[in-house]
Design a protein. Structure first.
Length: 764
């Protein structure tokens, strides 16, 4: 670098810690001497508009007068009272810009500068505000708040706390010049205020707020009258409230999204919980808070503070893109400017006893000034009417002529026990698409549209798998109880609901079902295990047992992929498939509004779907799901061709697995899927018997079934990658895709509807 540039840079850096101007009152000898030295030694830019300032002052004091130019000159001379105009007032020097400005002195300057405030702010109110002290923590929104407060003179002192320096990407929302890059944000704001009002008191804390300096910030030089929290640090947000509450200082916070604004009036209600009580269930000891390092640790505190459920769609979508296509929480100048106005206005009204409430408020400009054009919203597919006992009786009567007459009379108690075991079968989304009806010694199994699946149940394939698994369970249970079942499958293409009818005979020595009758004892242990696996290789003999279980069902076959390359390839496929499913309006609706149960209470009440706690996801991943629950946010991600972060859970679910399995059937008929469900259940129970965990990963197959629909141009590529992984299945139908792993027992089991809710007995 040029030596002259180095010299000038060093000289400029020496000014980086100066944020207060110098004052020269020429009637004071010492001031005049320093003033003369400054003019002689420095290259300064001089501005002297004192005459016009005096003219404005006289006009403001005589609002009804209409002075001529000569009359103004006379009034000014009278006002000067013999003082030379060059010596009147004060000369203010701004070292960082080398500007020297001639101004009215403090009292007259403030009077004239705020004269246009009257009577929005009266002179008496201005005097009250002049005695107030405000602390601002964080200087993005905080910059707008601080400058607005100074412009209005909504207080007499500002304490600015921020440890950060200005970077170029701050300049989308912080009003400053590029020459200030690298300068402490606090100094930049202080300089801006000084250039507006050099008499305004500003104190800078360039270490930000710490445990060591917070008391000085809140009370040094007099207790603050309000704290405005705009910092990013969770522990400092909570610490400042704990301290402010103890000192009875109100805390205000603006979130730069939808005009979200918080007010906590600790001055009026010192016993009120911080953050409106939203954090009461958490440990609020600062010794604990300051040790929070990871996002996982911070998430429980961040959720209530951010107001996740009330974020705008664009903010939700943008937060999904953090660390993916954007690097920081997005903020716009319009939102920051609005936030400055909200905080400054509320502060003034608090100080003047015009506002006494606490709460969270929204000044959502997009809602207040809204676009009247109709929104295209996803319309869920219709749900078939629920199967009533009368309807099942009607369908059963139609089927009776096609059933054998020889059958064993069994009791209601036995039927109830058999169906109790049958409905332990797995079903996509825990939809439980079955209803059972017992009449005249026949047990009827019906398909029931429970309203949970639509996108994931193309041609009812997922439901037929579940019904097939239920058939398998019922046969296992009957065999265990000493009965042999005869299963009569009805032509599923020709009707919509009746799936199968069971008749029973006493079991003989030769009457055991095919497969492994010892699997019955594992019905209660069979469940989806989403826990991370150990990546342990599964022994070949155990894999062979799984294959035998599958092939014991006529036409079924099993493929296992377990090399590191194969698992990595499928992880990418599964992640992409999960993202595409959630970007699809129907897939999004099904997952978020039909399948997921967002609380233990909801899961217990509905007894279906999947409890979010059962997904085995981290707190950060749960936040991500709640972000993309908004259809508007996901629509934006789709428009941006973004949302790659949504692939993470799908990839991770495969990354720790031991193998990927695929069950095939000869064709894609409903009967093949029904038998595929039986093969699935035999395999799954055999896996549990051998200490192997199973998790269905059906989304790639679901998308494959919808390749010809309007699902975007990524689907063909995804199918091609799936075909490369399973190249020998082109002539057969893939019915069940899953992962195998060695993992710990899940802590949570999905709720199921009770047998009395799904089993009906004929009255005769």
């Amino acid at each position: 670098m040029h030596s002259k540039i180095e010299f000038l840079l060093d000289k400029s850096r020496q000014l980086n810690h100066i944020y207060k101007p110098s004052f020269f009152r020429l009637s004071v000898e010492e001031n005049k001497n320093r003033f003369d030295d400054l003019i002689e030694s420095a290259n300064v830019f001089v501005s002297d508009e004192i005459y016009d300032q005096l003219k404005e002052l006289i006009k403001s004091r005589n609002p009804f007068a209409d002075f001529t130019s000569d009359e103004y000159a006379t009034q000014i001379q009278k006002h000067l009272n013999g003082c030379g105009i060059s010596d009147y007032g004060v000369w203010v020097h701004y070292p960082w810009s080398h500007r020297l400005v001639h101004l009215l002195d403090e009292t007259e300057f403030i009077e004239l500068r705020t004269s246009a405030n009257k009577n929005k702010i009266t002179i008496a109110e201005r005097s009250i505000l002049a005695g107030k002290k405000v602390g601002v923590i964080g200087l993005s929104v905080g910059q707008s708040v601080s400058v607005t407060l100074a412009l209005e003179r909504g207080c007499g002192e500002l304490r600015l706390a921020d440890f950060d320096t200005l970077e170029l990407n701050n300049l989308n929302r912080i009003r400053t010049g590029v020459h200030n890059l690298g300068l402490f944000k606090a100094y930049s704001v202080a300089r801006e205020i000084a250039e507006i009002d050099p008499f305004f008191k500003v104190v800078c804390f360039t270490d930000g707020i710490t445990e060591e300096n917070i008391n000085e910030f809140l009370t040094g030089g007099g207790k603050l009258d309000a704290v405005i929290d705009e910092c990013d640090s969770v522990n400092i947000k909570i610490l400042c409230r704990i301290k402010a509450r103890a000192l009875q200082i109100p805390v205000l916070m603006e979130a730069s999204d939808r005009g979200t604004f918080d007010v906590e009036r600790f001055d009026l209600h010192p016993d009120m919980p911080i953050m409106h009580g939203w954090l009461d269930h958490l440990e609020l000891d600062f010794e604990v808070l300051k040790k929070l390092k990871t996002n996982e640790e911070k998430v429980p505190y961040m959720l209530p503070i951010s107001g996740l459920e009330t974020l705008s769609a664009r903010m939700r979508a943008s937060m999904i893109e953090l660390k993916s296509t954007i690097t920081t929480w997005p903020q716009l100048a319009t939102a920051v400017t609005l936030g400055g106005a909200l905080a400054a206005d509320t502060c003034r009204r608090i100080f003047l006893n015009q506002f006494t409430d606490s709460g969270r408020y929204f000044i959502d400009l997009e809602a207040l000034i809204s676009d009247s054009r109709p929104k295209n919203k996803f319309v869920p597919p219709p749900i078939q009417p629920a199967l009533t006992a009368e309807k099942m009786e009607e369908l059963a009567e139609v089927a009776l002529p096609f059933l054998p007459e020889n059958r064993l009379l069994i009791t209601k108690e036995i039927v109830t026990e058999l169906v109790t075991q049958a409905i332990k079968a797995p079903s996509a989304g825990n939809a439980q698409p079955w209803r059972w009806y017992f009449s005249k010694c026949y047990l009827f199994l019906f398909y029931e549209d429970t309203g949970i699946l639509s996108f994931g149940d193309n041609r009812r394939t997922a439901s037929y798998l579940a019904l097939g698994a239920a058939i398998e369970n019922l046969e296992l249970a009957a065999n265990q109880s000493g009965y042999k079942t005869e299963i009569h499958i009805f032509p599923l293409q020709n009707q919509l609901q009746l799936t199968a009818v069971f008749t029973f005979t006493e079991k003989t020595a030769e009457g055991n079902i095919k497969g492994n009758p010892g699997l019955f004892e594992y019905l209660d242990k069979r469940l989806t295990n989403r826990n991370a696996g150990s990546m342990e290789t599964i022994a070949a003999d155990k894999i062979s047992k799984l294959g035998d279980a599958v092939t014991s069902v006529h036409g079924a076959s099993l493929i296992i992929k377990n090399t590191a390359q194969e698992l990595s390839s499928f992880a990418a496929i599964n992640g992409a498939a999960e993202r595409l499913k959630l970007l699809n309006p129907e897939g999004h609706y099904e997952f978020f509004e039909k399948i997921i149960r967002w609380s233990e209470q909801e899961a217990g009440e509905k007894e279906d779907g999947i409890n979010i706690s059962g997904l085995c996801i981290s707190g950060q991943e749960e936040i991500a799901l709640k972000m993309i629950r908004s259809p508007e946010a996901v629509k934006l991600l789709a428009e941006w061709n973004a949302g790659r972060a949504m692939e993470y859970i799908g990839r991770r679910s495969v990354a720790t697995s031991s193998a990927i399995g695929l069950i095939r059937m000869p064709d894609g008929s409903p009967e093949s899927y029904l038998n595929g469900g039986r093969a699935m259940e035999r395999m799954w129970l055999t896996a549990i018997q051998n200490g192997i965990s199973v998790q269905p990963l059906m989304t790639p197959l679901v998308l494959s079934q919808q390749a010809n629909t309007n699902m975007g141009n990524e689907i063909p590529g995804l199918i091609e990658r799936l075909n490369l992984l399973f190249p020998d299945t082109d002539q057969q139908t893939r019915v069940f895709l899953f992962k195998l792993s060695i993992a710990g027992e899940p802590a949570l089991k999905s709720y199921r509807k009770g047998v009395n809710e799904v089993l009906y007995f004929a009255e005769n």
